[in-house]
Design a protein. Structure first.
Length: 339
């Protein structure tokens, strides 16, 4: 397929997905929020005290399914192994664990950390009220009629704690306070029914488990990068066409072709177009070349007379990504040293 025909095809496809500004979606890795958790590989989850919402298995499931770059991040001790150790240690159940007991069980299991917790309170409160409505008074709606319907607002909440205990040091690495609430509403003219208390509590427990594990592990964050599409200097007709071709192929996520076009534009404009330099930085950012991207964004910023938000945002973003990437790599190196 000739380039001109290919570009025409890509243009037609990209029109369907284009908006006011071309945005390219990508992801970056953010290190774990809890620094001490970065060295934890092997972990166990006990049965939480008073856990009538299934919070403990939800935390365990979050740990089991956490993946970084397609690989499982934690090795979670099975519940069968935990129950066996509890039985052999002549403990009634893991919901009676204190820190010392958790450390002892953790050592037997061969894990580096153990998760304990308690669901101290769950509640549900209903509030009745009336809500106004308006409807047509006749078939032609020449006048309207106001009326009210009965409604119920249900507020469901749960509170408790989740603790991550260091088996070697015998102290708490991280303590998470749970204070979750959610309000649901149903009116007499609505379809379905009012959500059951247990359904809402299940949602709150899932959210609490996710937030807890989220802080213990690195995670990928999606974000958008805006491309600059308008010439900033007196482009020749050829240079305008190169920029247009660049935008077209980038809308189709053809980063390889986009790189060729934008490098051609940077060369043609002799490095004096901040649009070309910025867009080159975008390509480099997408390829993970953060150092090169910073140079391109900085060069673009030096050429602008007034503030260009996209360039300012890019400089802040790429410095943060560089810092996070370096920290993530360091954490992984240290984690790999752990036996």
């Amino acid at each position: 397929m000739k380039v001109s025909v290919l570009l025409l095809f890509i243009t037609l496809v990209s029109i369907l997905f284009s908006g006011c500004a071309t945005k390219i979606s990508t992801t970056t890795v953010v290190p774990a929020e809890i620094d001490r958790a970065t060295k934890i590989k092997r972990i166990a989850v006990t049965q939480f005290k008073k856990d009538n919402v299934g919070l403990s298995p939800k935390v365990e499931n979050q740990l089991v399914t956490t993946k970084i770059k397609g690989k499982k991040y934690f090795v979670v001790a099975s519940r069968a192994d935990l129950d066996k150790v509890i039985s052999e240690s002549k403990l009634q159940s893991s919901d009676s664990f204190d820190t010392k007991t958790a450390v002892r069980i953790g050592n037997i299991l061969g894990v580096q950390a153990i998760v304990t917790g308690i669901v101290s309170k769950t509640y549900s409160e209903d509030q009745k009220f009336n809500e106004g409505r308006t409807r047509c008074g006749d078939k032609k709606c020449t006048y309207t009629v106001k009326y009210t319907v009965s409604c119920t607002k249900r507020t469901v909440g749960m509170s408790g704690n989740i603790n991550l205990i260091d088996v070697e040091k015998g102290d708490i690495i991280h303590a998470e306070r749970i204070d979750g609430t959610k309000a649901v509403k149903h009116c007499s003219d609505s379809n379905g029914g009012l959500l059951n208390k247990d359904v809402v509590l299940n949602q709150l427990a899932n959210s609490a488990a996710y937030k807890f594990v989220y802080k213990l592990s690195p995670h990928e964050v999606a974000y958008n990068i805006v491309l600059l599409e308008d010439p900033d200097t007196d482009y020749t007709d050829k240079e305008e066409q190169i920029l247009e071709n660049f935008i077209v192929v980038m809308k189709a996520r053809r980063t390889d072709k986009g790189e060729k076009f934008i490098k051609q534009l940077v060369s043609s404009t002799k490095g004096e177009s901040y649009v070309a330099l910025y867009n080159l930085g975008v390509i480099q950012e997408l390829k993970g070349q953060t150092g090169e991207a910073l140079k391109s964004f900085t060069a673009a910023d030096e050429l602008v007379v007034t503030n260009v938000p996209e360039i300012s945002d890019a400089l802040v973003r790429i410095r943060k990504i560089t810092k996070n990437t370096e920290k993530f790599k360091k954490n992984i190196e240290e984690r790999n040293k752990v036996k």
